[in-house]
Design a protein around this ligand. Structure first.
Ligand code: XUL
Length: 588
């Protein structure tokens, strides 16, 4: 329909700002993006960030995001988008990052001059610090130790806030920021997450933090639904509780709430309808589960630069090895999340090594030989080794080109043989063909880790078959590899199978656009799942790529899972010993 209402969803991710415009009936009508490295080279970022290796800092310039916001809207305008039809705007942001507003922020946001760019309006005077710490930052080990200790251990912190302390979480980051930049901290009037920062621009005033994204801070008590004052005091210092509470502001509990109308700047500069509503912006992971009506017990695996595993569940069973967050739209549901730093990069390293030794004619980014290695090998590469005598051993490994989050260990590659019958684990001897055997081992290893950590949640799910997800949706670059899709079905299962979710360039931006439709058009009491579920056209968005659960094989993988856990524990133990020797870890 020519005058059907439109909705804008944005995703401010690490490497780009994406925008997607959909209709009330969820059809995508426009998409645009801005790549920070190539479109805004003046900031000198690589993969969207600056890195200070000496302090393990990773951060991005806020001015770059301001410039990207105007540019992405300009690109939508150039495509012919009639902004006057846009009735709702929502968005997603890379999780955990924080933006430090200065004393003039409110005033400058309210008076945005549409004759100048956002950067010209804000960059110089609206912030107390020019950069935002990125989720890849690993500079806060000391602060994380203090957060874990503060409530009596990582287990308690996970129970209260949904996660143990993590380098990237905003609470430890704020504590470090206060110590490293005391003057800037003092001059800070508000602290936004990346999501609420972007919402603030559209709103023309500081937007509240969202109920899903607030769980990525180690500061929010999930069960009581309030800031945890002990943790805020830790981040703020003994005298600073009230001050930091004010800096953080209130949290919007309704993911579909109307925060206000779009700021005049956008009406006058781009032609937005002055009645267009701004809704809460959430984190990129919570937003991704809104790209489809993800039912309870369905799992979504994103195989991108990082690997993430997301599930929507009513069961709150936190553990230090993973994350629980509030569901971004539906009270009483939680989002379970595993987030790995090492996703595609490790697979790419193995692929390049195989291409180098095996196929002189292959270009570096050709996956043919890697896939052949997967297709020509047996599950877990079962074999008999000389050392293992008559026992069947399986090959397994860990591949972390970057220090990993799950589990928290340094970078490295480890290869083992494991004998399920005797539970014996040996560092490899002669039986491995490196790098050929690494292809199956790395893919299995990444999926084993997902199964190991999600299995507890599956315990009560299905009426028939062993506990496993109902559907497994896969998305991201790696999901296009059909061998990987098959192995996901074989190891994780899925009573209804494995589905590739093809929602174009950005599931997060699409999820945000869905949220804008729901928040703006919902009737009283209508849930996100009901409204979006009724309008979603499954046929256009997903395709079944594997049957999922294979009786026998799933159990065989299950028998090797204790070996995988043993291998991880051994590597963690060795890593801690190493750190102790270097003097960076206290004795247990
Ligand atoms: C989640 C996390 C990443 C970022 C990516 O905890 O750190 O997935 O959200 O933008």
């Amino acid at each position: 329909m020519a005058d059907e209402s439109l909705y804008l969803g944005l995703d401010l991710s690490t490497q780009q700002l994406k925008a997607i415009v959909i209709s009330s009936t969820l059809k995508v009508v426009h998409e645009a993006n801005v790549h920070f490295d190539s479109d805004l080279p003046g900031y000198g970022v690589k993969n969207g960030v600056h890195v200070n290796d000496r302090e393990h800092e990773v951060f991005a310039p806020v001015a770059m995001w301001l410039e990207a916001t105007d540019l992405v809207l300009q690109r939508l305008h150039d495509q012919g988008l009639d902004f006057g039809r846009v009735q709702g705007v929502s968005g997603a942001g890379q999780q955990h990052g924080s933006v430090y507003w200065g004393q003039h922020a409110e005033q400058l946001l309210q008076a945005l001059d549409h004759g100048r760019t956002l950067k010209e309006n804000l960059a110089e005077n609206a912030f107390s610090h020019p950069n935002s710490p990125n989720w890849q930052d690993a500079s806060t080990q000391t602060e994380c130790d203090r957060f874990d200790e503060h409530l009596g251990g990582g287990d308690t912190l996970a129970r209260v806030t949904g996660s143990k302390a993590h380098h990237r979480f905003t609470g430890p980051q704020i504590l470090r920021f206060r110590k490293k930049y005391p003057e800037a901290y003092h001059a800070t009037s508000h602290i936004s997450l990346v999501s609420s920062f972007l919402a603030s621009l559209f709103l023309g005033k500081i937007a509240p933090i969202d109920i899903g994204d607030v769980c990525g801070m180690n500061l929010w008590d999930i069960k009581t639904g309030a800031w945890n004052e002990e943790l805020i005091t830790l981040a703020a210092g003994p005298e600073g509780l009230t001050d930091l509470r004010q800096k953080l502001g209130d949290v919007e509990e309704d993911g579909g709430a109307a925060l206000g109308n779009v700021a005049k700047y956008f009406v006058n500069r781009y032609g937005f309808d002055a009645r267009c509503t701004v809704l809460p912006f959430t984190g990129d992971n919570p937003s991704t589960i809104l790209a489809l009506p993800l039912r309870q017990d369905d799992a979504l695996v994103s195989l991108g630069t990082s690997t993430t595993f997301l599930m929507s569940t009513p069961k709150y069973s936190p553990d230090p090895s993973y994350h629980f967050m509030n569901h971004p739209t539906t009270a009483g549901l939680y989002m379970f999340m595993l987030c790995y730093k090492n996703g595609s990069r490790g697979r790419e390293d193995v692929r390049s090594a195989i291409n180098e030794v095996q196929g002189a004619a292959k270009t570096d980014d050709d996956w043919g030989l890697f896939d052949e290695c997967l297709a020509n090998s047996k599950p877990m590469q079962k074999h008999r080794t000389k050392t293992d005598g008559a026992e069947d051993a399986v090959k397994m490994g860990l591949y972390f080109p970057l220090p990993e989050i799950v589990p928290n260990v340094r970078e490295g590659v480890w290869r083992y043989n494991y004998v399920p019958q005797t539970s014996s684990l040996r560092s490899i001897g002669e039986s491995w063909r490196i790098p050929v055997d690494d292809a199956r081992a790395i893919v299995e290893s990444q999926i084993f880790s997902l199964r190991l950590r999600s299995q507890r949640l599956m315990a009560t799910t299905q009426g028939q078959g062993p506990p496993q997800p109902r559907r497994v949706y896969i998305t991201g670059g790696g999901s296009r590899n059909m061998m990987i899709a098959k192995m996901i079905g074989e190891i994780l299962g899925g009573t209804e199978g494995v589905y590739q979710l093809d929602v174009g360039g950005s599931g997060c931006a699409l999820g945000a656009a869905h949220k804008a439709v729901w928040g703006t058009e919902r009737k009283a009491g209508e849930t996100f799942e009901d409204l979006i579920g009724a309008r979603w056209n499954e046929k256009g968005a997903i395709s079944k790529v594997h049957e999922g659960y294979q009786a026998g094989l799933w159990e065989e993988y299950g028998a090797a899972l204790p070996g995988f856990e043993q291998m991880e524990n051994q590597v963690i133990h060795e890593d801690q010993e190493l750190q102790r020797l270097k003097g960076t870890l206290k004795p247990p």
